[in-house]
Design a protein around this ligand. Structure first.
Ligand code: F0G
Length: 344
């Protein structure tokens, strides 16, 4: 049987016989990162969430949110998004054969995500505003109309996303305890979900992992302690100035003895390139914030094993990759020219 709901039904609010809308999400790799481990001076593991069906961790939450919407009789869903939630909501809605509307900041989301949303047949609305404005509007919309909100303010999103914590515990096993989890923070749903997953698994853990959240410096309301009216970062997925679950994220960080810090766009790009060129893992820039954070701020004392959550696949954002990656060498179709090109 496929998918998260079937696998973790005993720990999710779904009964036998409830409708299940799944694309066989979850069960993503937990990969040991040799080069990153060397650089950090501790064991570093990567939770490759880009291996989910639509290329991001959102699918974990979306299987639950869309299944719940169908169970409740909804025929339409809506979300605000910096891109990945839109792609995931569009795919799961297509699978459920229900209507989906996504509201994204116009011109500010990665092309791959936009391509997914349009291909899955969502109504894609380009808002002349930012994510925070979009979220406020969709909350009002769903209060006033029979349309289910599938942003992470929906508790079913958190339920689905907590399963990634279960998978990490299963994969590491009892002999390799996890000391810390590094994770990018935008609207703060995912860090909240991981902490819920770890908390529910407390019986299986000797110590709770420290939650290390990282925001982009231009969009770091939780680090600054106040909302940011005009967030700006090239990590477009986490370009959020007023996170809906900010308080819960801060309490998870505090309870776990963790920390919230920021990283600049340059530091994010350096980590993004490092992961792709040294450990062979291509994630999107926002995902690399988790790795950048550890590189820049260091691994807290006593942490021997850390998992970095790589939230989305690098192919989501080919434009940034082509801008910051190595150039392309033009070449005539002749052996001598190819030899010169290959060996420089
Ligand atoms: N990484 C990626 C790739 C994301 O798409 C997001 C959020 C985050 C990290 C942060 O997660 O919001 O739970 O703290 N993307 C949302 C979206 C906002 O609309 O796709 P968070």
């Amino acid at each position: 049987m496929a998918g998260l709901i079937e696998k973790y039904r005993d720990r999710l609010p779904f009964e036998e016989g409830d409708p299940v809308i799944s694309l066989d999400e979850g069960a993503t790799p937990l990969l040991y990162a040799c080069e990153l481990s060397e650089r950090l001076g501790c064991e570093a593991w990567l939770k490759i969430e880009g291996a989910n069906p639509t290329g991001s961790f959102k699918d974990r939450g979306m299987t639950c949110a869309v299944s719940g919407a169908v169970r409740d009789g909804s025929t339409a869903v809506v979300c605000a998004s910096t891109g990945n939630t839109a792609a995931s909501a569009a795919a799961y809605s297509a699978r459920a054969r229900i209507t989906c509307a996504v509201i994204v900041p116009d011109g500010k989301i990665a092309r791959g995500k936009l391509a997914q949303a349009v291909m899955h047949g969502a109504r894609v609305i380009g808002l002349r505003g930012n994510f925070d404005q979009a979220l406020k509007l969709v909350r009002e919309l769903s209060d006033n109309h029979p349309i289910a909100l599938v942003n992470s303010v929906n508790p079913l999103r958190i339920e689905g996303q907590k399963t990634a914590a279960f998978e990490i515990i299963e994969a590491l096993g009892p002999d390799r305890p996890l000391d810390a989890l590094a994770i990018p923070v935008g609207n703060a749903g995912n860090i909240t979900a991981y902490w819920k997953g770890f908390t529910e698994s407390a019986g299986e853990l000797e110590t709770m992992p420290k939650m290390l959240g990282f925001q982009a410096a231009g969009a770091a309301p939780l680090v600054l302690g106040h909302a940011v009216a005009e967030p700006e970062t090239l990590a477009s997925a986490i370009r959020i100035g007023d996170p809906a679950r900010g308080d819960q994220a801060l309490s998870a960080i505090e309870q776990s003895g963790g920390a919230i810090n920021s990283v600049t766009d340059e530091q994010i790009l350096e980590a993004y390139r490092f992961l792709a060129s040294h450990d062979g893992v291509f994630c999107e820039p926002s995902s690399a914030a988790s790795v950048a954070g550890l590189i820049v701020h260091g691994v807290p004392e006593g942490v021997e094993r850390v998992v970095c959550v790589l939230t989305g696949h690098g192919l989501k954002d080919p434009e940034t990759a082509l801008e910051v990656g190595g150039g392309i060498i033009a070449c005539e179709p002749e052996l001598a020219a190819v030899e010169a090109a290959v060996w420089g």
